[in-house]
Design a protein. Structure first.
Length: 119
């Protein structure tokens, strides 16, 4: 069973930075597409950043230039460096892992970590 555990959330002032981490276990980490999502109060969950097995990265437009996703296959971890945060980015941030096995897709979610940006 794949397990994901996020860490690094907390309270930060507007304009500040946080680095989120996600530790994965129970699966072939290097084969997963890893991603970060977030859900703000009263809003739909949205994708933040994605990193493929080949280290290709994609970001939502509002995060480009401020957020950086990285992965360490040796440590089965993925990180999200977030800079210049604003209060509207207060949300629960989730780590996800996805893999396709014989035409079947599997998706796994961590429990999330709270990020609060104060004005």
């Amino acid at each position: 069973q794949v397990q994901l555990v996020e860490s690094g959330g907390g309270l930060v002032q507007a304009g500040g930075s946080l680095r989120l981490s996600c530790a994965a276990s129970g699966g072939p980490f290097s084969s997963f597409v890893m991603a970060w999502f977030r859900q703000a109060p009263g809003k739909a969950r949205e994708v933040v950043a994605v990193i493929s097995q080949n280290y290709n990265k994609q970001y939502s437009d509002s995060m480009k230039g401020r957020f950086t996703i990285t992965r360490d296959n040796n440590k089965s971890t993925v990180h999200l460096q977030m800079n210049n945060l604003n209060p509207e980015e207060t949300a629960i941030y989730y780590c996800t892992a996805s893999i396709r096995v014989q035409s079947q897709e599997y998706h796994y979610w961590g429990p999330g970590t709270q990020v609060t940006v104060s004005s």
